[in-house]
Write a protein that binds this ligand. Structure first.
Ligand code: DPP
Ligand code: ZN
Length: 860
């Protein structure tokens, strides 16, 4: 297969100002008639040539007409999955008819069946599986869509925009017609047919227009849609307040479906969601689920401006909409709850998912230069690092400067397909700023390493901070330029505890820099990259005592968390490498945090957690999962034992907490389960009993799953009792059953790899549902100790799953490749086993482009 290159971009040869789609819907055989108004693109740069319409491999038109004349088979041809038609004039009406089978569509791209519904997913290149069309985001059209279907099976017919007509056609069939007044690329097309019920509500926009809101689900799920509806209305209000962006149609619908590749999809006026990001009630959803639902509902809603009104010129610009929109949803969530805890969570995700990507064989800039399969680029780099890049602009330009920039961006590019460059230029022009070197964040991959060393001269009351950055080489990019790093920093007095130098933002533009502070008359402690102002790895000359001090005294909660994490990392890495480890400092710092009455429980619950095994692996030149497990368990057990009284007190403090989705009730639940985990680690004789009591007495899923997760790590009889009870209680609820699979797949037990192999043969395991695949196989591949079982069985299992899944759903299969792709980071025996599995995958005939790209790049 040949790669697509960013620099090969050419404007489309033909524009399609309008399209009319006529669907005769049926799960087995659906007829699609598409009527395209096509217009020669007269722009200089546009290529000449026949009309080329993308189709799916093997797709053939039943008929093709041009300006009402039926073409002979010789007047069109199929080449490289494109339908080519020679056209003579500058403007024509082209009509094609195809027949597709939604129920045979296991890739879940295009039109497919899910639990009795018919629904669509078109981003990135799914529309070509529905009809012949220039399937690229810079072809913007007005859509009119008529759907005809069996009334009993599909009483509800939805598409983008406004409903403009409906009626009966006889023989039990009915139809609906929808028109979307806004120009959109075909990846934003959507349609749903099914037996759905709506939770209806309305929202009045800032200019006083009333918008009808609907969240469509199976009738039984209606009671679980309230939280998503609340989040939707809050998002609409937030985007008006913070960005001045108003919703633009009379209808906004969301549909929840069980089988979905993504989390959700921002189709114009008709978002389609993976049901896990809509359905919630206390009995079935954890606080993390509630938070994720609000975040994803907001994310998709925000795309209406950052993605739909202004879309992407080509798929290399994906981060233009995704990075920006993730930043928007992160800030929305921060405003709804605890800003500090939200930042901690977002940085955790970045470090767990993006840093390894940036340091491995699949590293790519947030604006990549080439791809084989665009589906492989819906990555943590495009999304999460992309959001960090936007956040840096926000930090450097300030709240108002950033808003001036987004206002200009929306004004300039509304109704068009734009580029990352357009976004940066709007930021520059609105602020008179020069972002020349900042553009390197778009073109260079790799996580910069920042070295910061503070020295103090007591005699002159001066402190000197020297900074040095290195951007490591990544595939295809050997030499890097320094990146501009906005660093929020401050100095504290080690004795007085006071801020000697209050927070300031320093932008390091070069490879090296130095800052001189005057009037520093006591020993200073450096607080740097506060709030994680730059997405970098920081190394400092701070001692364990400095870090312990900051973990108790820094006035930026994120920096306190970070200092504690660094203290824990330093201690554990020393232990893993057989050096002397200062466990006492960690124990003292955790005790101080745990007993500090000024801190809220949510923050404490995050701060006292040890860094996970995978993150520790990332700190080491060569990962040895066994040594990491041993060192981390040793410290975890000591923390459990030495602070047993404190854990018991923290646990008891939340005894009366009843379910409420509020920051304080959430915080108590979080700390409760963290405390339970440490009590269990302490070896306390009553820990399993206590966990089972929590499991049985819980009035919400957070406490229940927290108890189950603790039990699942151990070997008690209570473990089996709780797992069986959980299965019996939720066996008919797919989303909760996913948790049952995941809990066992992430278990710390030694026999987890075997258990996961057994679970893959469980009657409730299926490869056709992406959530279920992720809940077992994805969760297992993220369990460092179990996946890297020294005998290689974990690798073999995942490789087998990839090969089987590839036949059904290449996108979902390809997501499982990166954990194997990290082979170079592991000790030689494991590395060889991992590499052998990748080689077996690449040698398999008939591989999808998706899996081939990920596996072959991982071997290169
Ligand atoms: N649906 C995915 C998202 O919203 C892709 N656009 O990020
Ligand atoms: Zn998105």
């Amino acid at each position: 297969p040949t790669p697509t290159l960013r620099l090969d971009y050419r404007p489309p040869a033909w524009a399609v100002p309008s399209i009319r789609l006529d669907f005769d819907l049926d799960a087995a055989v659906t007829r699609v008639r598409a009527t395209l108004e096509v217009e020669k693109n007269s722009a200089e740069a546009a290529p000449r040539g026949p009309l080329a319409l993308d189709g799916a491999p093997g797709m053939k038109p039943v008929s093709v007409t041009v300006d009402g004349r039926l073409l002979d088979a010789g007047e069109w041809r199929i080449e490289d999955d494109q339908l080519l038609i020679e056209l003579t004039g500058p403007r024509h009406i082209v009509e094609t008819e195809v027949v597709i089978s939604p129920e045979k569509n296991t890739q879940l791209m295009g039109l497919y069946a899910s639990g009795g519904l018919l629904c669509t997913q078109c981003e990135a290149e799914g529309f070509r599986r529905i009809t012949f069309f220039p399937d690229r985001p810079d072809v913007l059209s007005r859509y009119t869509v008529k759907m005809t279907a069996d009334r009993a099976l599909y009483p509800v017919l939805l598409a983008n925009g406004d409903l403009i007509g409906e009626g009966e056609t006889g023989e039990g069939r009915h139809w609906a017609e929808w028109r979307d007044p806004f120009l959109k690329p075909c990846y934003l097309f959507a349609m749903v047919a099914g037996d759905l019920k709506a939770n209806r509500d309305s929202f009045t926009t800032m200019s006083g227009r009333e918008v009808q809101l609907g969240i469509w689900v199976r009738e039984a799920d209606l009671p679980r849609t309230e939280h998503a509806m609340t989040a939707l209305k809050s998002s609409m209000a937030w985007d008006e307040k913070v960005y001045g962006r108003e919703y633009d149609l009379g209808i906004f619908n969301i549909v929840a479906v069980a089988d979905f590749n993504f989390g959700a999809m921002e189709n114009k006026g008709l978002n389609i969601f993976n049901s896990r990001y809509i359905l919630a009630d206390p009995e079935t959803a954890t606080d993390a689920d509630y938070d994720a639902i609000a975040g994803v509902v907001a994310h998709e809603y925000f795309h209406n401006w950052s993605g739909n009104r202004v879309t992407c010129r080509d798929w290399f610009q994906l981060s233009l909409k995704e990075g920006f929109t993730v930043f928007r949803d992160q800030e929305f969530s921060a405003d709804q709850g605890s800003r500090a805890v939200k930042r901690i969570e977002d940085v955790r995700v970045l470090r767990a998912a993006q840093f390894p990507e940036d340091g491995g064989p699949l590293a790519h800039p947030i604006r990549p230069d080439s791809y084989l399969e665009i589906s492989n680029f819906y990555t943590a780099t495009i999304y999460n690092k992309g959001a960090e890049v936007i956040r840096m602009l926000h930090t450097m330009l300030g709240v108002e400067g950033f808003r001036r920039g987004t206002d200009l961006y929306f004004e300039r590019h509304d109704g068009t397909a734009a580029t990352c460059e357009d976004f940066v230029r709007a930021m520059e022009d609105a602020n008179g700023a020069d972002l020349t070197d900042f553009r390197r964040w778009y073109s260079q991959a790799g996580t910069p390493r920042l070295r910061a060393a503070l020295s103090h001269e007591p005699g002159t009351a001066k402190a000197r901070l020297t900074l040095e950055q290195v951007v490591p080489p990544t595939p295809g990019q050997d030499d890097k330029q320094p990146m501009p790093l906005p660093l929020r920093l401050a100095l504290f007095g080690a004795k007085s505890g006071k801020a000697i130098v209050p927070e300031r933002v320093h932008v390091l533009h070069d490879a090296e820099g130095e800052i001189l502070f005057e009037g520093v008359d006591e020993q200073p402690v450096l607080s740097i990259n506060r709030g994680f102002s730059a997405p970098v790895i920081v190394e400092t000359n701070r001692t364990a005592a400095d870090l312990a001090f900051l973990s108790g005294h820094d006035d930026d909660p994120f920096a306190r968390f970070e200092a504690m994490q660094q203290l824990m990392v330093d201690t554990l890495v020393a232990a893993i490498e057989g050096r002397e480890a200062d466990e006492e400092a960690v124990i003292a710092a955790v005790r101080e945090t745990l007993t500090d009455p000024s801190l809220d429980a949510a923050f404490v619950g995050e701060a006292v957690l040890l860094p996970n095994e995978a993150f520790l692996g990332d700190q080491l030149a060569v990962v040895d999962p066994t040594a990491i497990r041993r060192a981390r368990e040793h410290l975890r057990q000591r923390l459990g034992r030495e602070l047993e009284a404190e854990w018991r007190a923290a646990y008891a403090a939340s005894a009366g907490n009843r379910f409420e989705y509020t920051p304080s009730a959430k915080g108590l639940r979080r700390l409760r389960t963290v405390a339970l985990g440490y009590l269990d680690a302490s070896g306390a004789a009553d820990a399993a009993k206590q966990a089972l009591a929590q499991y049985e007495g819980a009035d919400n899923m957070t406490d229940r799953q927290g108890a189950l997760t603790t039990l699942a790590n151990g070997t008690s009889a209570e473990r089996e009792t709780a797992l069986a009870a959980f299965y019996d209680r939720y066996r008919n609820d797919a989303l909760v059953l996913d948790k049952w699979f995941t809990t066992q797949a992430i278990s710390m037990r030694e026999d987890t790899a075997e258990a996961v192999e057994r679970l893959a043969r469980h009657p409730d395991f299926t490869m056709t549902n992406p959530n279920r695949m992720r809940s077992l196989v994805g969760a297992f591949a993220a369990n460092q100790f179990a996946f890297h079982s020294a005998d290689g069985r974990g690798y073999r299992f995942v490789a087998d799953m990839i090969l089987k899944a590839d036949k059904l759903n290449p996108q979902s299969a390809a997501r499982l490749v990166p954990p194997l792709g990290r082979w170079r980071r592991f000790e030689p025996a494991r590395a060889a086993l991992m590499k052998a599995e990748l080689e077996r995958i690449v040698a398999t005939p008939g591989l999808s482009k998706d899996v081939f790209e990920q596996a072959s790049k991982s071997l290169a």
